[in-house]
Design a protein around this ligand. Structure first.
Ligand code: ZN
Ligand code: ZN
Length: 161
């Protein structure tokens, strides 16, 4: 490991209950036990992951499809969206569509300003495990269609649907 670099951290998502389980990639064991539901999750951490040089294969679901997103606190993001939506709904009620659009735009702008400075992380399309580290970000931005297809495939595979 090079000095000054943070080792890669993986937030493995439990396939059964979706709990986020933090794992150090370099020291990842062959399996972890979910702290919430007790489900045993086999981990297959690739060499590139251990070395923090790339996210090539998901250790939880073995998928090779990832996207990158800003590393923000989902609770903060949700609060911004809910506040924006509530204000907009109020204006729609009074027929002030333009003002409502303006406020939606402002909320989006706040998102950019607040999250623009944050680091990006890589996320697995299938199981939503997250990868934080110094590796180069090569994954494309989030695509809704890809997510729909891959999530359904994964959920069928693990028997959630
Ligand atoms: Zn679990
Ligand atoms: Zn995965």
């Amino acid at each position: 490991m090079t000095a000054g670099r943070d080792p890669m951290d993986i937030l493995a998502k439990c396939p059964r209950c979706d709990a986020g389980l933090p794992v150090r990639a370099a020291e990842a064991p062959g399996a972890i036990k979910c702290g919430r539901c007790g489900h045993e999750i086999p981990l297959d951490v690739s060499e590139l992951l251990r070395a923090d040089s790339a996210v090539d294969r998901c250790p939880v679901c073995a998928g090779g499809d990832f996207y990158r997103r800003k590393d923000f606190d989902p609770k903060v993001g949700l609060a911004v969206v809910i506040t924006g939506a509530a204000i907009s709904a109020g204006f729609y009620w009074f027929g002030l569509d333009l003002v409502a659009y303006g406020i939606l735009g402002a909320a989006a702008l706040i998102d950019l300003v607040v999250y623009g400075r944050l680091k990006e992380i890589t996320v697995c399309y299938r199981c939503h495990s997250e990868f934080r580290g110094a590796y180069p970000r090569t994954a494309p931005p989030f695509d809704l269609h890809t997510a729909d297809v891959l999530e359904q495939e994964y959920e069928r595979r693990i028997g959630r649907r």
